[in-house]
Design a protein. Structure first.
Length: 130
């Protein structure tokens, strides 16, 4: 399977943003390469538009230097890589049970409504302490 090719325009855009970061952050190529965890030679290739950094490097650069990069109507920036962790229903239920466990017995009142197999329907009233 061949590696997807990136356009020269995109490589040049990345190179321009990285050069801009060097200037605004007042850091050397060696420092920038170290911060991005790439070799100086590879970083020079990025600066010349000869190579395209991988997603991890782009993400690190965006976060470290507050860069943004627009590609096909999508802007890569530090927050573009942040994904909310999806929480499963079971995790939500466990969080609820943990929260209930923190409530003092004098503040909680439960009533068993019905049971069906291994399921229970409860009515829970929590008295707020003001």
């Amino acid at each position: 399977m061949s590696k997807p090719r990136t356009s020269r325009a995109l490589r040049n855009e990345v190179a321009a943003r990285l050069k801009e970061a060097l200037t605004t952050q007042k850091i050397s190529v060696a420092e920038a390469a170290e911060e991005l965890n790439v070799s100086r030679q590879m970083f020079y290739r990025y600066l010349k538009g000869e190579s395209m950094p991988g997603v991890e490097v782009v993400e690190r650069a965006c976060k470290l230097w507050s860069l943004s990069l627009r590609v096909n109507d999508f802007t890569f920036s530090a927050d573009a890589f942040h994904k909310e962790k999806k929480t499963s229903r079971t995790e939500h239920q466990l969080e609820l049970f943990r929260a209930i466990a923190e409530i003092r017995p004098s503040q909680i009142e439960t009533t068993l409504i019905r049971t069906s197999g291994d399921l229970m329907e409860l009515r829970v009233r929590i008295k707020a302490a003001v």
